[in-house]
Design a binder for this molecule. Sequence first.
Ligand SMILES: Cc1cc2nc3c(=O)[nH]c(=O)nc-3n(C[C@H](O)[C@H](O)[C@H](O)COP(=O)(O)OP(=O)(O)OC[C@H]3O[C@@H](n4cnc5c(N)ncnc54)[C@H](O)[C@@H]3O)c2cc1C
Length: 398
Amino acid sequence: MRYVILGASAAGINAAQKLRELDQNSDITMISTDESVYSRPMLHYYMSGKRDLNSLSFINKDFFEKHKVNWIKGTTVISLFPDSKEVMLSNNEKQHYDKLLIATGASSFIPNIPNLREACNVYGLRNLNDAIILKEKGKTAKNITVLGSGLVGIDAVIGLMENENITINIIELADRILPLQLDQCASGNCEKKLIDNNIKLFKSQKAEKIELDENNNIKEVHLDSGKILPTDILVVATGIRANTEFLSNTGIKLGKGIDVNSKMETSIPDVYAAGDVTAISGTWPDAVKQAHVAAYNMAGLEKEMDEMTVINNAMNFFGMPCISIGDVNNTDDSCKVKIFKEHDSYKKFIIKDKHICGAIFQGDIAYSGVFKYLIRNQIDISNINKELDEIGYEDFNY
Ligand SMILES: Cc1cc2nc3c(=O)[nH]c(=O)nc-3n(C[C@H](O)[C@H](O)[C@H](O)COP(=O)(O)OP(=O)(O)OC[C@H]3O[C@@H](n4cnc5c(N)ncnc54)[C@H](O)[C@@H]3O)c2cc1C
């Protein structure tokens, strides 16, 4: 049996590890554009100088040797031939597979704003190379504009703000930062931290026009509010698109990403997909979970994605811990909201019927794990005779 895995990140690495655990003898080959294995959520530590390239890795040095995985790195797959069960690499070499896992992740999405796609000094923050360039450019830039204030936009700000004599602007279409993870109050607490650190926020505004210089570099970003932001570097953090270009003409079923069933099988026999390339969730833990399920099925052991996917984001926002679990912005009339506010802590629970469907913890994050369990497993809380902020692990039988 020959397993081929495309991608060497959260999904690819975890699939390889699981496959080796389940099948000691078969050949496992991994092919990736990436030349090293690194954690994307830690890229900002590299930019701010808190970690070097070696300490971005999330595997041991002997991973490939220990798990007997042949890794073809720095090589992009450009086509898939399902009939002959082969993939074509950028060096025109072909690799045969018996079972294939596509774990090629996603790329930064550059929105269609006039002049933006033509400009030279526009960067995403997705790959190590992006972080290396941003770190270097950040040293001499005076004005950096970040488009989007989701997790990636905020990581970019945190990675760049250590540079001296720098102005950082954030443009956000929504009326608050981290709009998917936090509510108005929790976002407001984070915004205060940004403002205290001299970051300029332009909320409920959008970039309308980009002014380029004679070298096609952005010099100004014009907002729909009329504001003009001088800009040396523009970081685009406005979402991602699944890396599926090499699959055109294969007939594989695609939606926003590769369509998969609960066994992570694609519409092509013996071809599986996991991680961000499926566009199911875009989070690390889900990529790992999907990779494990794919590996079981590739090894001939049936397994399905069983747990309900619950988005769970943890961040340390300038020293203030924040956790967001589930659907924190449910405005359904049938939902009840409970808020507990103290000096430096904010907790919010959204309850639908007899279940909690979302929770935010800020400042004091103790017992947030209990709520992740309650939300993921849709536990009935109607018999709990305590305030929600007093619930502990001891209140439930696991
Ligand atoms: C800045 C940043 C911060 C983040 N913060 C968080 C967070 O706080 N919490 C969280 O849960 N998630 C976070 N994420 C998301 C998380 O990193 C992703 O969900 C996770 O990396 C997905 O893993 P993946 O293996 O599916 O894809 P990726 O990590 O995108 O890896 C794709 C792999 O495929 C390779 N590849 C791509 N195309 C090809 C091709 N054609 N041929 C060969 N190889 C190819 C790439 O080189 C790479 O090795 C963050 C992401 C970023 C960028």
